[in-house]
Design a binder for this molecule. Structure first.
Ligand SMILES: CC(C)(COP(=O)(O)OP(=O)(O)OC[C@H]1O[C@@H](n2cnc3c(N)ncnc32)[C@H](O)[C@@H]1OP(=O)(O)O)[C@@H](O)C(=O)NCCC(=O)NCCS
Length: 183
């Protein structure tokens, strides 16, 4: 009888805690600010998940890398090279509401804790800075069921609103919300 593939181990997350006991058998992932050298690998991640044309990434990160938009948060998750990224920005005309505008993890590294590490980093930083609300928006299509489960089941966001046919005919926008508490 053929055996089912062995699940790949979850990553050990480098959270910067020197007292943490590392699982030495687990590969390590570190979350840190995105730098220009990450871009080729991160474009490959974007291509592999197929969210949008990866050429757009250069323009998206321009303000962050030039220092023109220092309020933005751009993070890289690094294992044996960049395996994921997240981008978060404040919502205009709000006080303390932020939106995760992009999160993506390489398919080979998915369901091993990388997305959680990226999102936890965003939440911890915004909470520590006293911000109030974190939003994330995604598609209602079946192809995004995994992302919706990640936000709702894994990260504890509430499904707050649904704008019917927002992206296209038959494609709703689903908005998830989480209250941030001060660390
Ligand atoms: C959504 C995404 C960022 C999550 O990152 P990740 O590293 O895979 O997530 P984690 O390993 O931290 O958490 C995994 C949990 O999220 C949920 N989840 C993630 N992908 C899932 C899938 N394909 N099917 C079902 N649940 C899924 C589950 O609760 C899962 O826990 P489990 O593996 O124990 O069942 C990643 O899957 C991804 O890049 N997807 C493609 C791009 C995308 O859709 N981005 C969001 C666009 S709005």
């Amino acid at each position: 009888m053929p055996s089912s593939p062995k699940p790949r181990p979850r990553f050990h997350i480098d959270a910067g805690n020197p007292d943490a006991v590392a699982d030495v058998a687990a590969p390590m992932v570190t979350v840190r600010p995105l730098i220009p050298n990450d871009l080729p690998s991160l474009k490959t991640v974007i291509d592999r998940v197929g969210l949008f044309p990866s050429d757009l990434l250069d323009g998206m990160v321009e303000g962050w890398l030039s220092g023109a938009t220092p309020e933005e948060i751009w993070l890289t998750a690094e294992a044996d090279g960049p395996v994921g990224l997240a981008y978060c920005a404040p919502e205009r005309m709000t006080s303390g509401t932020w939106n995760v505008l992009l999160i993506a993890v390489d398919p080979d590294a998915q369901r091993r804790g990388v997305g959680e590490a990226l999102m936890a980093h965003v939440e911890a930083r915004l909470s520590a800075e006293g911000h109030r609300v974190l939003l994330v928006e995604t598609s209602g299509l079946p192809a995004f069921e995994g992302a919706r489960r990640f936000y709702g089941d894994r990260m504890g966001f509430d499904e707050e609103a649904r704008i019917r046919e927002f992206y296209d005919r038959g494609e709703d926008k689903v908005i998830f919300r989480k209250a941030l508490s001060r660390a």
